[in-house]
Design a protein around this ligand. Structure first.
Ligand code: UTP
Length: 295
């Protein structure tokens, strides 16, 4: 495992087609769809910064160039806001911008699966532990979600996967972890011995589903290099992680918070409602509008 232990880099795979939220994603990257008033990615980058991430590696593809533009100056817009005295808005836009050089963009070229997307970041990540953040999952949590993983990593080292409980009846839709019966759970940190993708009803090893945040050791790249296509004909990160488990420790960390899956229609709608209700400046008006709609 890498000598470097601090998690400094995060890989954000953004090259998928977003078919579950078509037709909008034909022209707007799923990761740039607004939740309330900002792109989904804006929440993810804020979460990563709060966890101490210093460098962002976006794995992009065709039609995703607007992501690069979002995290850059918009000279005309900034000048217009300045001349109109809209200082608060201007500051908000500028505060989110990265320092020059803090973000890298690599092209996946073909969306062959999440595992393949992560592998495309290998040269930029190099030989150190790194985070993977699925950028269609917004996490509502008092301590930002990736920060919870980073805290656990400082104690356990190795590889970590964030998880969240789902009702038993829904377990078959998700990837779930198998807790290791020989090693006890310590608070939110659960030693695991395996993972199962979409287990048939009644066979799941737990109800803890993998919700889109990982800390991985760089040895995963060597395994991804020869990983063959798995479920859905895609090169799966899960399959390479299962192989890495043979030689390195893995822990799951139960999220203290809640995940909004913005990758499908209802999840995206729920995220909008939940994030609006939670906003000090919008919550009361949002509640009023929702109650009115519900009659
Ligand atoms: P998803 O499977 O949720 O995204 O992958 P998708 O493929 O865009 O969505 P659907 O299933 O067609 O609706 C999770 C994340 O991984 C990225 C996606 O962009 C998404 O943010 N991804 C997925 C890649 O970057 N490359 C891939 O080959 C697959």
């Amino acid at each position: 495992m890498a000598a470097q232990t601090k998690v400094r880099k995060a890989v954000l795979p953004v090259a998928g087609f977003g078919t579950r939220v078509l037709p909008g994603t034909k022209v707007v990257a799923k990761e740039l769809l607004n939740v309330v008033d900002r792109p989904i990615l804006s929440y993810i980058v804020a979460e990563a910064r709060a966890a101490g991430i210093e460098h962002f590696v976006f794995v992009t593809g065709r039609g995703k160039a607007a992501i690069e533009d979002y995290f850059d100056h918009h000279v005309e817009l900034e000048a217009a806001l300045e001349s109109k005295g809209k200082t608060a808005l201007l500051n908000e836009i500028r505060t989110e911008l990265p320092r020059p050089g803090e973000m890298s963009f690599v092209r996946q070229m073909q969306p062959l699966g999440l595992g393949h997307a992560v592998w495309c970041a290998r040269d930029i990540v190099g030989d150190e532990p790194f985070a993977v953040m699925l950028p269609d999952m917004i996490m509502a949590a008092a301590r930002p979600a990736l920060g919870q993983l980073v805290d656990a990593h400082a104690r356990t080292g190795g590889n970590l996967i964030l998880v969240e409980p789902v009702p038993e009846a829904e377990v078959h839709k998700y990837g779930v972890v198998a807790p290791d019966p020989t090693r006890p759970r310590q608070g939110a940190v659960i030693p695991i011995s395996g993972m199962v993708e979409k287990p048939p009803v009644g066979t799941a090893p737990s109800n803890l589903y993998v919700n889109g945040r990982y800390i991985l050791q760089p040895e995963i790249f060597g395994l991804l290099a020869d990983q063959t296509a798995g479920a859905g004909g895609e090169i799966q990160l899960t399959d390479a992680m299962a192989r890495l488990m043979a030689s390195q420790p893995f822990h799951a960390v139960e999220l203290d918070g809640h995940t909004h899956d913005c990758g499908d229609k209802i999840g995206l709608l729920r995220a909008n409602v939940a994030m609006a209700l939670a906003r000090p400046d919008l919550g009361a008006a949002a509640r009023e509008a929702i109650e009115e709609l519900l009659g």
